[in-house]
Design a protein around this ligand. Structure first.
Ligand SMILES: NC(=O)c1ccc[n+]([C@@H]2O[C@H](COP(=O)([O-])OP(=O)(O)OC[C@H]3O[C@@H](n4cnc5c(N)ncnc54)[C@H](OP(=O)(O)O)[C@@H]3O)[C@@H](O)[C@H]2O)c1
Length: 332
């Protein structure tokens, strides 16, 4: 009997590659989402509902039973409370997608293991993920709720893995192509790790249905360590252009654009490198094999294949120009 797996989400930037691999590996995969992304995953079974609509979700799930449930889009303790109500006593494994930004900031050591403490005074998103983990860990302790926690770090596929320049859009690539200035936080020398979703998928799918993974937390990343300068210059190189980089201290950016404070001061400002020993011990075949140079070429080829994918976010452009002007001494 194939293992029956439900993904809440499943057609997103990370989860699409995971869905593809799960199907290829013979899992019976159900996807619960709004069906709005036009992503074709032959072999999956679609359950259409908005996760925020309890009646629709219950109707979509009906009396289906799953071996494994993965919630890709739980962000707050209320979200996991809903999932506990939906799935307690009904699944052998529930996977919560947390975030590596939950690891302590500032880091006391650059090398992150799953035992690195969780705390993030800078970013509410990370504190909410920590709250979710705490609630699920308590449910595991008190009622044997079979949770596995996975903490992705910056993971990409049809999106550019950048700190400033837009998420899921073509805005940064367009600026690079036009020779417009781009912002790299700090002096660009802090160390960072970006992971291709197909690499992430190989580690992740190996955890599904593994009862040893219940009660455990994992990150799954590349072992390739880059500076932010290398990340942006590699993107520029793949586009065949020179990057016009302006380095701006993170705290200056956060002062001018407070909505960026969490993601910068609570995450991308700090050097982090991940020890992937734990995921490799649980899933021995896991090894990230897609270097960024190759992964970003694939991402840009995906954008290049269809003009409608190359969307430009005017708000992101305006915000970058505003920060650049403020840094150059103009009006903030
Ligand atoms: N990418 C990273 O670098 C990174 C790093 C750390 C942590 N994470 C975590 O990874 C998770 C995101 O995974 P992802 O990249 O695959 O997601 P994503 O790109 O944000 O896609 C969201 C998925 O959820 C569905 N969805 C969104 N809103 C929904 C709703 N109201 N009801 C039902 N379905 C809904 C979407 O399909 P429809 O729109 O069709 O409904 C889609 O399948 C998050 O928990 C995030 O915190 C990501």
């Amino acid at each position: 009997m194939p293992m029956k797996v439900l993904f809440i989400g499943g057609t997103g930037f990370i989860s699409t590659a995971v869905s593809r691999l799960a199907i290829a590996e013979g899992f019976e995969l159900y996807l619960l989402n709004r069906g709005s992304r036009g992503i074709d995953l032959p072999g999956s079974r679609q359950l259409t509902a908005d996760i925020r609509n309890a009646a629709d979700v219950r109707a979509a799930l009906n009396d289906l039973e799953f071996d494994v449930v993965v919630d890709w889009i739980a962000f707050t303790p209320d979200d996991v409370e809903r999932d506990l109500a939906l799935f307690r006593g009904r699944v052998k494994q529930y996977v919560f997608i947390s975030s590596a930004s939950a690891y302590e900031k500032p880091p006391t050591h650059y090398l992150i293991t799953e035992s690195t403490p969780l705390s993030n005074p800078y970013w509410q998103y990370s504190r909410d993920k920590i709250g979710c983990e705490a609630r699920l860990t308590q449910a595991h302790r008190d009622e044997a709720f079979p949770v596995t926690i996975v903490r992705p770090s910056l993971t990409y596929d049809r999106n550019l893995p950048i700190a400033i320049g837009g998420w899921g859009c073509y805005t940064l690539a367009d600026r690079l192509r036009r020779g417009a200035p781009i912002i790299v936080h700090g002096d660009g020398s802090s160390l960072w790790v970006v992971t291709h979703a197909e690499d992430f998928a190989r580690g992740f799918v190996g955890l599904l249905g593994d009862e040893r993974a219940v009660g455990e937390a994992f990150h799954i990343t590349s072992d390739e360590v880059l500076t932010w300068n290398q990340i942006y210059h590699t993107i520029a190189e793949a586009l065949g252009v020179e990057a016009n980089v302006v380095h701006i201290p993170s705290d200056f950016i956060a002062g001018v654009a407070p909505q960026m404070a969490g993601s910068l001061l609570g995450d991308k400002t700090w050097s982090v490198v991940f020890d992937n020993g734990k995921i490799k011990a649980f899933v021995p075949r896991f090894q990230a094999v897609i270097p960024f140079r190759e992964g970003v070429a694939r991402t840009l080829a995906w954008f290049a294949a269809d003009e409608s994918r190359r969307c430009i976010d005017d708000t992101v452009n305006a915000e970058m120009d505003r920060i650049l002007a403020a840094y150059a001494g103009g009006p903030a």
